[in-house]
Write a protein that binds this ligand. Sequence first.
Ligand code: CDT
Length: 329
Amino acid sequence: ARKLKVAAAQVGAIHRNTPRTEVLTRLIQLLEDAAKQNVNLAVFPETTFTTFFPRYYITDEDDLSSYFEKEDESIGGDITNSPNVKIFFDRSKQLGIDVQIGYGEDTGKERYNTAVYVSGKTGDVLNKYRKVHLPGTIEPFDLDPDTTNQLEKRYFLPGNLGFNAFRATSLKDICGGQSPIIGQLICNDRRWAEGWRCYGLQGTEIICCGYNTTAYAPKLWGGDQSITREKAYEEAMFHHKLVVQAHAYTNSLFCITSGRSGLDDGLHPLIPGSMIVNPEGHIIAESKTEDDELVIAEIDLDDCNQGKERTFNLGKHRRPEMYGRLVED
Ligand code: CDT
């Protein structure tokens, strides 16, 4: 058996004017609660340190840059040294918990929607992932300040690091001497089969995925513009679970998926639904609230073997010669 305890660290409402210090206090509380329950790996949402700012049409550069973490030479190019958020990474290292956390990355030249995976043993960044599939538009839907926009294409460049699985060497000892193989996704990426398959092909055992999924934004989703809030919420939850469960199953891996949820600024609802899904596609733990909440499960990575060796033995049953269209423009 290769058992470890994992958590989706769901984070409730964060408003535009919520101070960074308050957010950090909440995130550290989640880390401490996780440590009390002997969690080895905690996955935090997309852009966790701030509200989900791409919903706003922001024209003031100082305002916009305040949502990003500077990762330039002045701090050695590493988020864990960023004065704004260092306290979070210091605490995760003290507690010995591996973390994945999402943030707006500002290299000084370029901006990305990024997530790092940081070792709880050494505090080192073991892997960085930049969101590949940026949803929404470059221009706002309209200038009404209450509109829920999705301006990721305006504020971020598409991720350029690919889908590279890595071994979490920090978890080697507790996993029977064999480090887990991890893959990272961010929010909208989970709806696209291609990223999951890239990870499946590398033998990935756990996908870590943070998200911010709006529960009501008819201008964004298209379809019925008179949809009720209740129905929109139901649909958003349904599609979120559908894709995570299906792709975990078809790639024979676990997924830890963690949402920013709740009602931001009293106007913009985000779905909860943080969960841990097993390689058979079943939800084995799920959030019960829309607030800060830890969703915890003990998982055994050997449970990936059935699918990887039989039903979805990719080496045996795939027919890549038939898949050429997947990589054509
Ligand atoms: N943050 C993010 O990627 N949100 C999108 C909203 C839907 S865009 C059509 C998501 O996939 O959940």
